[in-house]
Design a binder for this molecule. Structure first.
Ligand code: RAM
Length: 937
């Protein structure tokens, strides 16, 4: 019976392939290997089932009304209907059956059953009908399990070590607390779940073994409003008989030093733990071990101090072997203090991936610039921990220092950490070899310096490794070209993202800052979405933004807000509109607009209250931050200009969001407001020649007015000419800061100045992307000249070597150099554009993106007599290829002129006269024969 079913499936698959091949006209040579694979292993069922924002079989899921997404098998053109079933595993009953639904929607399909409840275990499966009406088999089922969805689920108490009872504690120290309790388990265990969180940072141990592989849990949210919780399956770690739970508590972002002044440490004074271990026995009985007054604690463990900024001090002589095993003697430990009130209104499962070690870097080079101080070069500026394996001498303290750069004499350059000490200390209990890494601190570094080693030690490369830490997001995109420096730029952008996506999007990861700066985040968001799947990451951060929005509508400068100054900086505050819109555009998830809609409207309201006759007034902020050659940090573009341009952009995004959400009255109202502001600002700030008036001319003012589409088309063309003039006057260089830089290439390109766009990007001299690379950058820098061979280090007051903001150019590299961009009309790559430009010194470029539907890709290669283009369109999507030419006869598909090929009907001409072709899923190869100058567009 089984065999018969399979063979029936296979015949159908092969038949299906035959039809789809013909109807899609794929290029034979590329299709052959694909087809062979499909005959051998293809099963016509949906694959890669995920819940919510890309969660694969999550444990401790957060959303009681999730969405479901699946991919169609390669070779299926499109879905015409689907059926989805969700079952409760323990109750063995269906909780939702969608029935057959006529729809091509295969991503973010909303759950239609009764809201899911805490601890519920679910299994779901889906099937679909394809373009020919053929039904697939059911998918392999996927599981997920809910976490504790409400604060009400917690029967535990917050527990902590009060510093008053411990003479070892100094009030200035961020002393790590160790907590423990033992418990017997009498029956046979069916399953065990650990639900846990902290005000501060925690690591939990069960019977001597760390639970999970996550770091920096529970992460950083607006703690007064929400604290995330974790769920772990500990069935295998709990045993019948005696057990012990242990926890370490670090001060972290909650109680530790934050910001460049002690006064901003306001969340709480000491870290606290909340924990609930639920053991279900074979007979269904549940035993719960909670955090409560049965726990004991001490501050006298080996981690003496651990501070995010300052580093960790470890004294191995204080090690407490077996402290989280049963039968440890804790008689010298204190009773914990408890607080029964949960206080934080929301304790909910963490809605995105935790921080984990994602890569280990090896030492590339060792130097000894000063006697007894060994400097290990990891070859890459990174964020995380050192892992040291070194010889030590009893009672000797090894000092571990970090630096992103070296001074000219080879010593560590640490001045740019400002007040963050960022030093780890290890004191040895006995002579021998040790292996160690810190726990509740992280460092931003390329170099590690060890001193205090046994006299006469000869260092070796395996003494130091770099453990790279960041939110464990799935890499989804890649960009590569024929130009090594452009590829280095792409690597630097990715490293900038990895270094600054440690639970929240930070400005920098190394100095006494490391905050969720909103301006940097909105600038980098589109690029970030190409490199990693950060959909859920942004969603969570936006929740903190909603929590911290001030009542008058302003968005604080940093989220979570530790500055407590309520914000108000144009371009920074607008993260509230730009980030939700960009995430929607790139995922198709409408919920992100819905969740943030009120926040957007409140921000727009604030702008409105400060606006009259074409200008937003009474506004301050960071301006066009760090514009080169400006008289101060805020650049030359006045606040009023920036505020007005961002107001117009934000109200337009609000109107667009209202339209997407079907809020038609709002859409019309805000649409009118946007139109009026645009018209008035045009009249106020631009003369009839598109030249700036009532304000100094700056590149950024022109760039933003065009990028946000705020001035009429004719004036945009004129304004672009003025922009090009300003760039000429700057000897072909940018004069833009954090706000203008992200759009400079895009604006030049969209206004017909592609070659200027390329030349700005490929400039080797200051200020430019390649300039930093020429000075040795392995990630993005805060300033183009944070260091230069000629002048040394930049202004130490703000000199980060890991600052992703200027990495925002990655968007243009993906979208235009490689040519892959989403379509706002069918977001999330349901339909997308392939619009490469073959410019600059490049002979090839390409990008791949794993969309929710499957892989989309665009590659081109100029062989001299032709440009070969390869386009990949995933199942259930369509794409429009826009060829950079008006000459149809130059385009060949499989050697045949395009308008004589089977694509003739799918061809169109764009408004600009360029040839376009509409494609269904498949892999396509086009050849563009040598183009005459005047054919190029
Ligand atoms: C700096 C931060 C950040 C920037 C603000 C205005 O301190 O590093 O990048 O957004 O200032």
């Amino acid at each position: 019976m089984y065999f018969e079913t399979r063979s029936w499936e296979l015949t159908e698959s092969i038949g299906l392939m035959g039809t789809t091949m013909n109807s899609r006209g794929l290029i034979g040579i590329l299709l052959v290997p694909l087809t062979m694979c499909q005959v051998a292993c293809w099963a016509a069922m949906p694959e890669q089932l995920v819940v919510g924002e890309g969660f694969v079989e999550p444990l401790g899921f957060h959303d009681p009304t999730p969405t479901f997404s699946w991919k169609l098998p390669v070779g299926t053109e499109r879905q015409t209907s689907y059926q989805l079933e969700v079952r409760d595993v323990l109750a063995e009953e269906s909780v939702w059956d969608s029935g057959w639904v006529d729809s091509d929607q295969s991503v973010f399909v909303p759950y239609g059953g009764t809201p899911l409840t805490s601890r519920q275990q679910l299994r779901w499966r889906v099937r679909f009908r394809d373009q020919d009406g053929l039904a697939s088999d059911w998918s392999t089922p996927a599981h997920f399990e809910m976490g504790l969805l409400s604060s009400e689920d917690w029967k535990s108490q917050w527990i902590f070590q009060s510093t008053e009872v411990d003479s070892n504690a100094d009030s200035e120290d961020e002393r790590v607390a160790y907590l423990r309790r033992e418990f017997p388990v009498a029956n046979k265990i069916a399953r065990a779940r650990l639900y846990v969180t902290a005000r501060g940072l925690y690591e939990v141990y069960l019977n001597g073994q760390k639970v999970g592989i996550d770091a920096f849990t529970p992460g950083w949210t607006s703690y007064a409003n929400r604290i995330d919780t974790q769920t772990y399956d500990v069935t295998r770690q709990v045993k019948q008989g005696e057990n012990a739970l242990g926890a370490m508590l670090g001060y972290g972002w909650y109680a530790g030093r934050l910001g460049w002044s002690k006064k901003w440490n306001f969340y709480g004074n000491v870290p606290e733990l909340l924990l609930q271990l639920e053991i279900t026995f074979a007979d269904g009985e549940v035993q719960t071990i909670a955090s409560d007054d049965a726990w004991k604690s001490t501050l006298d463990g080996p981690i003496r101090i651990s501070s995010i900024y300052d580093g960790e001090t470890y004294d191995a002589r204080k090690a407490m072997p077996g402290w989280s095993d049963p039968a440890f003697d804790d008689s010298s430990w204190n009773d914990v203090a408890t607080s029964a009130k949960l206080e934080t209104p929301m304790l909910t499962p963490k809605p995105f991936a935790p921080v984990r070690v994602t890569e280990t870097l090896s030492t590339q080079r060792i130097t000894e610039p000063e006697s007894g101080r060994f400097v290990f070069d990891l070859g890459q500026n990174m964020v995380g921990w050192p892992e040291i394996n070194i010889p030590v001498e009893k009672d000797q303290m090894v000092t571990i220092r970090f630096a992103e750069m070296l001074n000219p004499d080879g010593t560590m350059y640490t001045a740019n950490y400002r007040s963050a000490k960022s030093i780890d200390f290890y004191t040895a209990a006995s002579t021998g070899t040790i292996s160690w890494k810190p726990t509740f601190t992280f460092h931003g570094f390329r170099y590690v310096e060890l001193s205090g080693l046994p006299v006469g030690s000869t260092p070796s490369a395996d003494w130091v490794k770099g453990l790279v830490l960041h939110s464990d997001l799935k890499p989804v995109g890649s960009f590569v070209s024929s130009h090594e420096k452009l590829n280095q730029l792409q690597r630097n952008i990715r490293w900038g993202q990895r270094g600054n996506f440690l639970d929240i999007p930070t400005d920098c990861p190394q100095r006494d800052e490391r905050c969720g700066w909103t301006g940097d985040a909105q600038a980098f968001c589109p690029t970030a979405m190409f490199n990693y799947d950060c959909h859920a990451f942004w969603k969570s951060w936006l929740r903190s933004m909603r929590d911290d929005q001030s009542s008058d509508g302003r968005i604080p400068h940093v989220i979570p807000d530790i500055l407590k100054n309520r914000g108000g900086s144009p371009g920074w505050m607008d993260a509230a509109t730009i980030v939700p819109w960009q995430v929607y555009l790139r995922t198709g998830d409408k919920e992100i607009l819905l969740e943030n809609y009120d926040m957007m409207a409140k921000l727009v309201g604030w702008y409105r209250d400060h606006y009259a006759d074409g200008v937003v007034t009474n506004v301050a902020g960071f301006g066009d931050w760090l514009q080169p050659y400006a008289s101060n940090n805020i650049g030359d573009t006045p606040h009023a200009v920036l505020a007005t341009l961002f107001y117009a952009n934000s109200v337009q995004i609000l109107a667009n969001s209202a339209r997407v959400l079907g809020k038609n009255v709002d859409a019309e109202k805000y649409g009118k407001e946007a139109d009026a502001v645009k018209q008035e600002l045009t009249n106020h700030f631009f003369d009839s020649d598109g030249k700036l008036q009532n304000a100094p001319e700056t590149q950024t003012a022109y760039i933003l007015a065009i990028a946000f589409d705020l001035i009429p088309a004719r004036r945009q063309a004129q304004a672009a000419n003025h922009l090009v003039r300003l760039i000429d006057e700057a000897d072909g260089h940018l004069r833009t800061g954090f706000l203008g830089t992200p759009f400079i290439n895009q604006v030049l390109d969209q206004t017909g100045h592609e070659e200027v766009a390329f030349s700005v990007l490929f400039k080797e001299t200051y200020p430019s992307w390649f300039y930093s690379i020429n000075q040795g950058a392995t990630t993005m820098w805060e300033r183009w000249n944070s260091y230069s061979h000629e002048d040394g280090f930049g202004n130490v007051a703000m000199n980060s070597f890991n600052h992703y903001a200027y990495g925002a150019v990655g968007q243009w590299m993906y979208e235009r150099i490689a040519g892959l961009s989403p379509d706002p009309a069918e977001p999330g790559y349901k339909h997308f554009f392939v619009r490469p430009i073959f410019g600059g010194p490049l002979t090839s470029a390409g990008a791949e993106l794993e969309t929710a539907y499957g892989k989309a890709a665009s590659e081109w290669r100029n062989t001299g007599d032709k440009v070969e283009m390869t386009v990949t369109v995933p199942s259930n999507t369509t794409a429009t290829v826009v060829f950079p030419t008006t000459n149809i006869t130059a385009i060949r598909v499989d050697g045949i002129v395009l308008n004589e090929s089977e694509f003739a009907d799918a061809m169109k001409t764009s408004d600009a006269g360029q040839v376009t072709v509409e494609l269904a899923c498949g892999v396509y190869r086009f050849d563009l024969l040598a183009l005459a100058e005047n054919d190029l567009q």
